[in-house]
Design a protein around this ligand. Sequence first.
Ligand SMILES: Cc1cc2nc3c(=O)[nH]c(=O)nc-3n(C[C@H](O)[C@H](O)[C@H](O)COP(=O)(O)O)c2cc1C
Length: 176
Amino acid sequence: MKNIITFAGSNSKTSINKALAIYASSLVEGVKTTVLDLNDFELPLYGIDFENENGIPENVHKFLDMLKQTDGIVLSLAEHNGAYSTAFKNLFDWISRVEGKLFFNKPMLLMATSPGGRGGLSVLEIAKGRFPFHDGNIIETFSLPFFGENFKEGKIVNAELDTQLKTAVTQFQKSL
Ligand SMILES: Cc1cc2nc3c(=O)[nH]c(=O)nc-3n(C[C@H](O)[C@H](O)[C@H](O)COP(=O)(O)O)c2cc1C
């Protein structure tokens, strides 16, 4: 059986991106899903001085191992001021210090959601442009606008958007 990891680019305990990522991964059939939470991988703020003095924290290696061992990645990015959340960017920067690579060509379903009408499209575009430089293998992307209206009780309630996600999940599943 294939293994996938699913997580949000957020450290919010009530992350809407984590909710979306969990829903999307529940649609992937015949896989074992491990849900990760950035709060379980606490890290100091990246800085070259900290790295020179202390080396790379253990949690960086732990997260990197999860990325190396998985067969696929379901990731939904929170958008903060049109870009990655600090928590995600910090993890990204730390991991990039080990081998440069982050995603090891593992098939990825890349998503974003926000309470607003653009649904995190700005951060999605940033990630689409950047992840390939770190061996990102983005199979499909999906953005969910107006999270509060379109997502209820663990599911997308807008039929058109739900179909769009399911089509993306099917492609992701085929790539595993
Ligand atoms: C500092 C900050 C900046 C934000 N900037 C944006 C933004 O640029 N675009 C947007 O759609 N939402 C923005 N939001 C709202 C977030 O999309 C919202 O807080 C969302 O819940 C974040 O995802 P999460 O719950 O998975 O952490 C911002 C929120 C914060 C706290």
